[in-house]
Design a protein around this ligand. Structure first.
Ligand code: ZN
Length: 239
């Protein structure tokens, strides 16, 4: 069967603009890929460090992020694809792209890559943890091992969608603990999340690891909602 015939019967369409065409591994056409806006170096780390400065004893947090997330670009569609639609290979490929950025930017080495865990009930519901897929992509690009036993989610929290920044932080207080039998003292841990909206999830995980004596904590996320966007807009973007 000729490729031309296959394209006619099963046209490949861009995830964002729905035009038929030559989409790549991201399922986006070239013009839509060009609308993705890379996150400025240091922006995520500065945001997290500043937000945690009052109650964090783990020192400055370094952050690495892929692309800004807003409704004007296809980042939102990619995030939905890897989180809710089960496109695990896409999550891994995006993690590899993020891994290349970390290889270029990171000034220190990490002992382990740790995805933000889902509660086991959520994991059963969804069937996979999108942050684990991203972490596996990062691992294949950087060679740093993934360790999911470092931290676990002990409380089942309601969805964060539609909650204000303060409500998110309250909802996530104390929901993580270090894994049973896991000693994180002295380890430099790279925490992985798919998207940083208010940062409440990361802050809670950082505080848990910091209290347990982690030697260093850095964070990496595929997508980052610009902090200058108002809370109401951020919640809207996250739906
Ligand atoms: Zn397109």
């Amino acid at each position: 069967m000729s490729p031309l015939f296959l394209d006619t019967v099963f046209p490949v369409r861009c995830l964002a603009c729905d035009r038929p065409g030559n989409v790549g591994i991201l399922e986006l056409c070239l013009s839509c890929i060009c609308t993705l806006c890379p996150v400025a170096e240091g922006h995520l780390g500065d945001y997290v460090s500043r937000s945690l400065s009052a109650n964090n004893n783990s020192g400055p947090i370094r952050g690495y992020a892929g692309w800004y997330y807003d409704e004007e670009n296809p980042a939102r569609l990619l995030q939905k694809r890897i989180k809710y639609d089960g496109h695990r290979t896409l999550g891994k490929h995006l993690g590899m792209l993020l891994g290349r950025r970390i290889n270029e930017q990171a000034e220190s080495s990490f002992d382990v890559i740790t995805p933000i865990p889902l509660h086991r009930i959520r994991l059963i519901e969804r069937g996979h943890n999108q942050s684990t897929d991203i972490a596996n992509g990062l691992c294949s690009e950087t060679g740093i091992p993934v360790d999911e036993s470092v931290i676990r989610r002990t409380s089942f929290t309601a969805s964060q969608v539609g909650r204000s920044r303060d409500a998110r932080r309250l909802n996530l207080e104390g929901v993580f603990s270090t894994g049973a039998g896991t000693d994180v003292r002295g380890l430099h841990i790279l925490l992985i999340d798919d998207v940083v909206t208010t940062g409440a999830t990361l802050f809670s995980a950082i505080q848990t690891l910091s209290s347990a004596g982690a030697g260093g904590i850095s964070v990496a996320a595929l997508f980052f909602v610009r902090p200058d966007i108002s809370d109401s807009s951020r919640e809207e973007h996250y739906k």
